[in-house]
Ligand binder design. Sequence first.
Ligand code: BGC
Length: 970
Amino acid sequence: MGMIWLLLGVAVLPMGSYASGGGILPTALRCEYRVEPQGIDETAPRLTWRVESGDRGAKQAAYQILVASSAELLAKNTGDLWDSGKVAGRDTVNIAYTGKPLGSRQQCFWKVGTWNDAGEAKWSSPALWTMGLLQPSDWRADYISFRDATSVWKDKTNLFLPPAHQYRKEFYAAKKIQRATVYATALGIHELHLNGQRVGDARFAPGWADYHQRAYYNTYDVTRLVKSGPNAIGAWLGDGWYSGYIGFGLLTGIGTEAIGRNTYGKTPSFMTQLEIEYTDGTRETIVTDKSWKETGDGPVREGDFLMGEYYDARKVTPGWTKPGFDDSQWNTAILAAENGSVPATFYEFRNPENPDDKTKIKGRPVDLGFKRPPKLEAFPGEPVRPIQEIKPVAITSPTNGVYIFNLGQNFAGVVRLKVKGPAGMKIQLRYGEMLYPDGRLMNENYRKARAIDHYVLRGDKNGEEWTPRFTFHGFQYVEVTGYPGKPGKDAITGIVLHSDTPLTSNFECSDPMSNRLFRNIVWTQRANFLDLPTDCPQRDERFGWTGDAQIYVHTATLNADVAAFYTKWLRELMESQRPSGAFPGYAPYPFQHGWDFGTAWCDAGVICPYTIWQAYADTRVIERCWPDMVEFLNWRKATSKDFLGIMHGNNWGDWLSVGERTPLDYVDTVYFAYSANLMSQMAAAIGKQPEAADYAELFSNIKKAFGQKYLKPDGSLTVDTQTAYALALFMDLMPDDLRAKTGTILADKLRFGETADNSGMTTGFLGTRTLLPVLTSVGENDLAVRHFQSRKFPSWGYEVEQGATTIWERWDSFTKEHGFQGKNGKQNAEMNSFAHYSFGAVCEWMIGDLAGIQSDSPGYDKIKIHPMPPTPGSNHEREPIHWVKAHYDSIHGRIASEWRQAKGKFELNVEIPANTTATVYLPASSADQITVGGKPLAKAEGVKFLRLEGGRAVLAVASGQYRFACLASR
Ligand code: BGC
C-alpha cells in the first residue's frame, strides 16, 4: 500500500458516528418525512426513524411506538393516543399510525423504543407532530383582499406590476397563554408577522398548486410570539404564481389575455386563523375578516417572480405589525369575494380535432373573480428557505458607475443589498448567469423575465439593508447601477433559496474535473428544486417540466432527501393529468402550449412515483397515484397500435440530441414498455397481483412487438442511433442472448464516432441519462469511464472546461471559442439556460456504478456495493479514475463506498447502516485473496463469502464499517 493511500485512508476512515455501548439507538425521528411537522392533515401519518449502533451487524429485533397527547404523559411512558406494543421486526420506515382517531389541532408527542437481538432496549428522544385543521368547518376565517379597481391587463408591450399589499389587525389577549397556533394560506404569496417578528422562515408560501383545484396552508406554533395584552398580526401579500407573470405566457401569447399573468385569478387574497388557548382552558380565535386594515401604499411597489421587485424604502411603515401602529390612513380590507366577477379571455393551445392538423391557440371566456379553492390542504412539502449566503469573489466595472458583482457560483435566490446614501437615490440590480467577453452582463437568456430589482433609499445615516421577498432569480452576477460611490464587497451578498431538502450525498475521485462536475450537479438541483422541480431558474419558464423531472428524479433522490418535496409535487403532477389520461409537459399546468403532452414527458406520471417508492420504500405514494397511473396506461394502450407506440403529441423526443434523431414512434414504444413494466412492479408492491400480471403481460407483448419491428438478428436495431440502443437496453427490451451484442454495437458507435475534437456522443435528454449505466451493464465500463472523463464536445468534461459551475441546458451553452453561439457558432443565445439539470442525471451512474452504491430492495433496506473501477491504462488520453470516495445518506442512514486501485491491489472501505444488510462485489478471483481490516476473510466478523460471479467475489455483509482489500482480478 503506497503512502498516498495511507494518508487517504487516515483522512477518510472516521465514517459516520455511532452510538457507543450495547444496544441500538433510535434517532432521526420523522413524521411524514419531516422533522416535527406542524399542522399535518394525514390522519394515519407515517413514522420513520433510524437505528444507530457501534456494533457490526446490529439489527432491530423489535420496536415500540408511544404517542401521547402531552409531553408529561410521554415522559411517563403512557401512549394515551397510541401504544403500538412491542412489535417484533426490523421495520423503521413509514410505519402508519393506528392509534386513536386524530382530530384537528391534536398535539402528538411521540418516541420510539428499540430492542436489539440481545434484548437490550433504548428509547429515542421525544419528538412532536401536530394536526392541522382537518374539517372545512374548522376554518372560521374568510379570504380577504383589497378593493381592486384596476382592469385586467391586456398590454403585451408594457408590464403591469402592481404593489404588494399589507394587511394588519390588532387584538387583545386577555389571559395567560397556553398555546397559540396560526394557520395561513393565500391565493398569491404571503409572509406573516406577529408583534414585529416574522412567523417562520418559509419563502413563497403557500407554494404553487393549481388553485382552481386546491391550495395549501401552513401552520406555525406562535406560542412564544403572542403576548398577554395587546398584540398585532400582519401579512404581506404578493401576486406569486396566482396572479403574477408565469412561464412563457407573455413570450408565446398565451394565458389570460395572452400575456401570461392573472393565470388563476385577478386579485391575490389571504386567509389566516390564529387560535389562542389560555391556561384556563378557554380559547380565542382571530380570523381574517372585514375588521382587518390594508394598504397598497407600502414600500413594495412591484413584486413579481419573473420581473423582479421594486422597493421604495421611503414608504416603509415602521412598526406596522406591532400594536399601537396608526393605521387610520389604511383601508378596510374587503372579503375577497366582494371584488365580484372579473370576465376575461383565456388563451391557450388546443389539441387539433384531427391529429394531422396543427395545434392552435384558442380563447375562452373565464371569470378571474375570487373562487375558494375546493380543497385546502396542509402543505406537505419542505418549504423554500434561505439556505446559504454567498460572498462576492470579484467586482468589476465595465462602464462608469456600473458595478458587476461575481458571486463565483450560479444559483437561485436573491441578494441582500447594503448601502448608505441619500433618501430617494435609486439603485438598480440586474442579474445574469454569464458575462460577455467584454465584461458586460449577459442576460439574453432570461427572455421575457425582466429580472430587475430596484431599491430606493430612505436615507438612513446608519446605512440600510434590503432583500426582496416576492421574487427570485437564477444568477451568478449582479449588475449594480446607481450605487452611491464605489461599492465594497459587502454591498451585495447572495442568498441561496430553495426547498429545504437536506443534502444527502458526496462524490470525489481522482479526476478533479469530475469533482467539479459533481458540485455542478448538486448546485443545479438546488437551483431548481424551488417548491417544484423546475427546468431552470432564470428565464421565463421555471416550469415543472415532466421530461426533465423523470430523467433526473433518481439522481435527485441521491443528492437530497426529496421525499416530502416529491410528495407535494406528485399531487400537482397527478392533478394535472389531461382529460385523455396523458400527463402533460409540465405540472402544475397553468396553460397549454402546443399539444398537451409529449412522449417520455407524459411517462413522468409513472416513473416519478416508481422512483420515490424505490428510494424511500413508500408504497403509499403508489396507492395514491394508482388510479391516475392506471388511467394513463389506459390512454397509452388506447393510442398504441399493435403494442407499438406512435408519433403523437409534442415532438420533443430525445430533446437536444447532437447529430442523431431518434424517431418519435420509437421513443413512444420504449416508454410505453417501460411504463408498463414499472406499473407491473408497483402493482405487486401494493398487493395487486392480477394487475401486476396484466402489466407484465403488456410489457412482454410490447417487447415482442418491439423485437419484430426494430430488432435484427445480429442485435442491431433498425433505428440506428445511440439513444435507440441505450433506451432499448436500459428498458430491458433486448432478448437476453442479444444484450451483449447490442451493447457492443452501441459501444462501437460511441468509440468509432470519436474524433480528435468530438467525443462521439450523440444522445439528448433521454439517451444521455441511460448511456453510461447501459455501457457499464453490458461490459463496456472502461469505455463508459473514458467517455465520462472526456473533455471533448459533447461531454460533461467539455462543459466543465468551459467554466461551468452548474449543468447547462446544452453542452455548448457557452464556449471559449464562440461565446454564446455554441460550438458551431449557431446556437440561439436566448434558448440557453445555465442551470438545467437533465444532463446531470449522470450522477446516478457516478454514485451507483462508479462508486457502486445501489439499492437492492425498496428503500435501501438491502444494499449492493458494486464499484466499477476502470482497467488501469484503459484511457490513452488521461489516467483512468483510480480512486473514488462517495456516500449516500439513505433513509436508513449513511452508506459509504470508497475504493482505490494501485499496483494490482484493490481496496474498498464500506459503511453499511445498522439494521440493513449488503452484498459487496469485489474484483477478486478467489476468496483467499481478500482481507478484511487486514485479516483473512474467513476470520472477519460480519462477512460471508457467497460465490464468484462475473469476475467478482460476492460477499454478504452485515451493517458496520469494513476495510476490504484484494488483488484486483483482470
Ligand atoms: C424546457 C425543457 C423542456 C423542453 C421541452 C424547454 O423549454 O426548458 O427543459 O423539457 O422545453 O422540450
